[in-house]
Design a protein around this ligand. Structure first.
Ligand code: 13P
Ligand code: SF4
Length: 336
């Protein structure tokens, strides 16, 4: 029951322009006073993304959030995103104080991959290299040989397949299936899914394409195979923004969280972006193209995180050391 994990009281409230300006000013001052930096994911509220940019922080995909935070000189990072992003920051930068607007912002992939079951699965296949997606707990990462994000998954698995390695992939079954199809790797895939991307519907997408025949379709690979099959570009959040910039089309139908439109519009001004449909048969629309956990990040709780420091991320030291190894492997692979 994924819905039990939504904390409605943390959803951002409607703020007036004056309240927004006031909060922005207070947060900017607190960031300065506390030697802190705001790091935000593309799926967060545009107000949060704009403030991260304005204050010299970063707005990016999960891989770049990890790299940026680790390389930044600030002693405190405020991570606006979901919990695995805060944990990743802490694993990479134990000397830093990592704050989150709310620690209740989780991810259905993380929830769907409990460490005890996952470890037992790995133990049952000891001849497999364990590759886990970044959207997992520190404990699951600690059990892995590699951590990957969607922007680097294909390259890492290709690299392992070239060495004839058998692979355990967790937790996202759609991304895993896509990677398997693209690389031909021998993969055992965990049965997890993202509640946002799983809602996109191929039938609805085809109908919308009739209305906008010249539109290019951009799809995050956490979407079902039938949706990926209709894509003009498949990729991580930053790869989709790049595609919006470089493809010649002036209209795009986008199958990922609509928070990304803020950066897409900035990167490709004058182009039109349309949400891919989540309706259709079987749809429950639990998410309607917006991650309920990303939506828990707002200006008000960023300010209280800075002032009260209550939602600080802590990771057990031994777990941190064990999770650091596969994470660093990913960062070195990317750098190399
Ligand atoms: P990216 O790694 O592409 O930023 O995606 C993170 C995520 O949670 C996608 O749903
Ligand atoms: Fe997790 Fe999906 Fe939300 Fe990304 S969009 S954080 S994968 S639930």
């Amino acid at each position: 029951m994924i819905q039990e994990h939504f904390a409605q009281e943390h959803l951002p409230t409607d703020l007036s322009a004056a309240q927004i300006a006031d909060l922005e000013e207070q947060i900017t001052q607190e960031l300065k006073d506390r030697d802190a930096c705001l790091v935000a994911h593309y799926y967060t509220d545009p107000l949060v993304q704009a403030l991260a940019e304005k204050t010299g922080g970063c707005v990016s995909d999960s891989l770049e959030m990890a790299r940026f935070g680790a390389n930044h000189s600030a002693s405190t990072l405020v991570v606006a995103g979901v919990r695995f992003m805060g944990e990743t920051a802490k694993i990479l930068s134990p000397e830093k104080r990592i704050l989150m607007p709310t620690l209740e912002a989780t991810c259905s992939l993380d929830i769907g991959c409990p460490v005890e079951e996952f470890s037992a699965f790995c133990d049952a296949h000891p001849d497999h290299e364990v590759v886990v997606y970044a959207n997992t707990s520190a404990a699951v990462k600690a059990r892995a040989d590699w951590v990957v994000t969607s922007s680097i998954a294909l390259q890492v698995v290709e690299h392992l397949a070239d060495q004839d390695k058998k692979i355990i992939w967790a937790p996202d079954k759609h991304l895993g299936g896509y990677v398997q199809k693209e690389t031909g790797a021998d993969m055992l895939i965990w049965d997890g899914a993202c509640i946002v991307h799983e809602e996109f519907k191929a039938k609805g997408l085809l109908d919308l394409k009739q209305v906008y025949p010249d539109a290019a379709i951009l799809v995050h690979p956490e979407s079902p195979e039938s949706v990926v099959a209709l894509a003009d570009a498949v990729g991580s959040t930053s790869q989709l923004i790049k595609a919006a910039q470089t493809l010649p089309n002036s209209t795009f139908i986008v199958a990922t969280d609509r928070g990304i439109f803020y950066k897409m519009q900035q990167a490709a001004p004058g182009k039109q972006f349309i949400e891919a449909p989540t309706g259709g048969s079987g749809a429950t629309c639990r998410s309607c193209a917006h991650c309920p956990w990303m939506a828990m990040n707002g200006l008000e709780n960023i300010l209280s995180a800075l002032r009260e420091g209550k939602d600080e991320v802590h990771v057990d030291e031994q777990l941190r050391i064990d999770a650091l190894r596969p994470l660093q492997r990913m960062l070195s692979f990317q750098a190399g």
